[in-house]
Design a protein around this ligand. Sequence first.
Ligand code: NAG
Ligand code: NAG
Length: 222
Amino acid sequence: MAQLNLPFIFLLTFLSIFLFPSQVEPSLAQHNPQNQNQNQTMAYIQSSCRQTRYADLCIRCLARFSRFNIDGPQHLAHVALSVSLSRALTTKAYLLKVVNEIEEFKKDKVYLTVQDCVAQINDSVDQLGQSIKELRKMIKRSIIDDNFLWHISNVETWVSAALTDVSYCVQSFPGHRMSKRTATIKVKAQNVAELTSVALNFFHRYASRYEAAAAARANKKP
Ligand SMILES: *[C@@H]1O[C@H](CO)[C@@H](O)[C@H](O)[C@H]1NC(C)=O
Ligand SMILES: *[C@@H]1O[C@H](CO)[C@@H](O)[C@H](O)[C@H]1NC(C)=O
């Protein structure tokens, strides 16, 4: 299976974020696949996303990868994790900017909340990066053994931890009457949480058949 080169995904993701800010979330209407492969990949992305809780966001964020030939559940999980990491990185950068801007209100409760959020998103960035590293170790392995299962459980642990951390950030803004800036932070963190949840869902789906096979094998042992 040909895998997407991760630095290349990053380059692509970041180029699209920095050079074409208005196209960060291309709508499906604008998306016009040129060839059959691309249409097939898009159909695969859509049907996979529809099985998650955040189908619209998932389709919107993964659509731009339809020009690559996403060739299976592992590849899809890899792409989703990269999208989640890239979103976490831009959210972290935004939060750091906000922290600098509101430094003069240091005693304000919002400042402390935003600072906590920076630490949580920072942890998520780290954990998502670790999960991608683990996934890449799995890709290199051709034998499904205990070591492979260990990498599976590592990826699940890292992504779950990332989801927990970013969810703390979302929950730390419970209010309905928020400033525009606070509301923006919450939405950005929420998007990271939802994309991370999607990535975890995709990874579970990929991993489950190996886990099931391992369980069946274990049951056969005397
Ligand atoms: C791909 O989809 C577009 C519309 O989304 C359609 O116009 C085009 O004919 C399709 N191409 C192929 C090769 O199926
Ligand atoms: C983010 O985490 C790294 C270690 O993972 C740490 O060195 C850095 O200071 C943290 N940055 C912030 C803004 O919390």
